[in-house]
Design a protein around this ligand. Sequence first.
Ligand SMILES: [Zn+2]
Length: 427
Amino acid sequence: MPQHFILCNAVVSDGQNFILENVNIEIENGLIRKITNHNKPINGAIPSYNLRGRLVLPGLLNPHHHLYSALATGLAPIGPTDTFQKILENLWWHLDQTLDEESIYYSALNGLMQSIKYGVTTVFDHHASMKSVSGSLSIIEKVYRELGLKGLLCYEISDRMGMDSVQEQIDENLNFFQSHQTDASLKGLLGMHANFTLSKDSLEKIAQAKPSNLPIHIHCGEAYSDFEYCVENGFAGPVHRLNEFGLLDAQSLLIHCIHLSETDYQILEKVQPIVVSNPESNANNNVGMMNLEKIPNYLLGTDGMTGNILGSMRSHFLLRNGNLQSGLDSLFAKPSRLIQRYFPNAGRLAEGFRADLAVTDYVPVTHVSLENLFYHLVFGIQGKPMFMTIADGKILYENGKITQIDEAAANDAIRNAAHTLHRRYYE
Ligand SMILES: [Zn+2]
């Protein structure tokens, strides 16, 4: 595969500042070298791909995924699922206790292959495998490296398996964070499941162990029960509780933020952490929707439902009856800043930056502007797979195929691993 190539005849946008029609993007040694007009003659010695007017976007970010759930399709819950708590107990927590080293690996492989197909080049994973904690993040790391993706990894700490396990889960986060501080593609966060699965003792332990430059990544106010737990324990809500334990800062990733108090909203306003909404998951779990008037600035994640961020944006738009103010900001401006915080030379579709690109399989036949780009994404691309996905100048996906590994062999192995996992799940 060429290290130096040109994508020709594209419509290119960074989703924030510009849209260029009829341009070429030259990629060399992993970086975007030049963006030029297509009418200029190109060096015939450099391999080129004619995109025939397809729309090219920055590689997408999924800021909240659960790769551990990527083999769950078709699994029946082992009991009732009429409340959020029961959905967790009878499906997700039972699944994560069934995962072993093999199924962690193939689950991540399946989830990341799907992400690549939809143009996602950076994935923040929130992992749980309660009977295989130590070393689990390294197994997932291996898959990221094999496929060529960037990401932030963490283990979602909870009390479910007792205090000895809490310590093991804290250590898994810290070990990964410490050993990846200068890594160019993978870094760590401090994963926590949610307030309602973390006691006072656990939060104290976590706060004590947390380096100041290690942000938390936690489900926050996803269901009413999380809010209620915090209130019963003397706090104004889940954001307030995290703040009182000294865990909250501007780099914290707070996921969902649906059931919050006025005090919680005031703290969000003051601290300005990163909020990630997951509309497809929220609809699936019947937990309500985030208040967009209270929280106008947020990113969009998938919460393990899918690897497809543009498809999730389409769902989000429709679930809100077409009333969305900041769709492009959630898809591009905010992700760009967040990616650059961890990987300073990535996250921007610009000359000199790492070449992470989502080449959509969509040729706009009507005029594209920054004002109407969002509608081209929702109604034009419609959440379909990409034409090509490029990360660090490598083509990871092309002509419907994953390129970095033998996809057919991988799918066979994934199927076998899923079969074994499902058998053990029902045992
Ligand atoms: Zn989640």
